[in-house]
Design a binder for this molecule. Structure first.
Ligand code: PLP
Length: 372
């Protein structure tokens, strides 16, 4: 194709994001309705009631005029986020999901040939956003217990290093890194440390107030997980106001749609309900962990998120087989076996009790049918 010559080399050689089959497609394939499918592959919030959220969306929508553009300065949403998280409005940059924030950060910091350090196995978008800017992502393997090898990260620094991506709690291992490990990375690296806290509301702590202490720290948050609005796309970066202002300069106007912006005050007002749901996620996490641990064929890992990493330890049984047997029963989970350290591991989103029960029954059924 003639156009091929015009496409940047990095784009030509790029492999597109490969998720799992979407729930609607799967339902069609199995002759089921979408409601029959358990989407446990994308770490969405299945514990917040759909009807409750629809009510909140209606509340927000009724105040909006969609003929005009959204507020390019995102003032109301930033003010409310600032109050909720105990930071200043000037310290916030809003994005179309945390994903867009990562894309924006790459644009701000990565010149061609510059490096990013990525503590792996982790979230794939850190590689994507680095590569698309002709940067060089360098993976630094976590320790066997999934803690960061801080010395190895610091040893990998070169004058070309721009960003260290730190996902904490980490997707897909589920653990939150110690404050001491993150402190060392921020204090000893001298480059931008982007701590992705997409799952922090399910964890023991957040480091968001450290932005007042460290000029090179950026915290990334998502409203897709604890706030349950993955479908509306909104997330943010928090950093000291000088850095946040620099980042804001590069953001296209109207990047966050009106409804997503309006949902922030509506949901923050409903924080009592949401925090109750966060407690429920934690309770279900413990339940599912204990039940899976009892099944001798599986080893779940402790988690500070809304998902569990689970290793299939049954001899000669591939995680991929379990994934595909679950798929036949309308349950989507993510196979992470292709990532370093995660041989034979699946990642499973935590649902409400009925969903978790169905998952457990299906797993039991599969292992009793596949006795070898
Ligand atoms: C660690 C991590 N960061 C960021 C994101 C993207 O979040 P958002 O839906 O806000 O784009 C995800 C989504 O799964 C994630 O796991």
């Amino acid at each position: 194709m003639k156009n091929e010559k015009l496409v940047r080399g990095i784009v030509s050689s790029f492999k597109p994001y490969q998720g799992e089959i979407n729930p609607d497609e799967l339902a069609k394939k199995l002759g089921l309705t979408t409601e029959d499918i358990l989407p446990l592959h994308a770490n969405e919030n299945l514990i917040i009631e759909k009807e409750w959220l629809l009510g909140k969306v209606s509340e927000a929508i009724s105040t909006l005029d969609f003929r005009s553009y959204p507020d390019p300065e995102t003032i109301e949403a930033r003010d409310i986020i600032a109050e909720h998280f105990g930071i200043e409005s000037s310290e916030i940059v809003l994005g179309n999901g945390a994903d867009e924030i990562l894309d924006i950060l790459a644009k701000v910091f990565i010149d061609p040939g510059c490096e990013t350090l990525i503590l792996e196995p982790t979230f794939g978008i850190y590689y994507t956003c680095t590569l698309l800017l002709n940067g060089k992502p360098k993976g630094i393997l976590l320790n066997e217990d999934f803690s960061p090898n801080v010395d190895a990260v610091l040893d990998a620094l070169t004058p070309k290093t721009r960003i260290i991506f730190v996902c904490s709690p980490n997707n897909p291992t589920g653990n939150q890194y110690t404050k001491e490990d993150v402190r060392r990375l921020v204090e000893e690296s001298g480059c931008i440390v982007a701590v992705d806290e997409a799952y922090a509301d399910f964890a023991d702590y957040t480091l968001i107030d450290w932005i007042h202490k460290y000029e090179n720290l950026i915290i990334i948050r998502s409203f897709s997980k604890s706030f349950g609005i993955a479908g509306l796309r909104i997330g943010f970066a928090a950093a000291n106001s000088t850095l946040a202002e620099t980042i804001r300069k590069t953001v296209f106007p109207y990047n966050v749609n009106k409804l997503a912006q309006k949902m922030i005050p509506v949901l923050v007002k409903s924080w009592d309900y949401l925090s109750q749901k966060i407690s429920e996620v934690k309770k279900e996490r413990e339940f599912l962990y204990n039940q899976l641990a009892k099944n001798g064929n599986l080893k779940p890992y402790p988690s500070q998120t809304n998902f569990l990493l689970v290793k299939v330890v049954k001899p000669n049984y591939a995680a991929k087989s379990l994934q595909s047997r679950l798929l036949d029963k309308g349950i989507l989970v993510r196979d992470r076996s292709d990532l370093p350290l995660l041989d034979n591991c699946l990642r499973i989103t935590i649902g409400p009790r009925t969903v978790n029960q169905r998952l457990l029954e299906c797993i039991k059924e599969i292992f009793s049918e596949d006795k070898t």
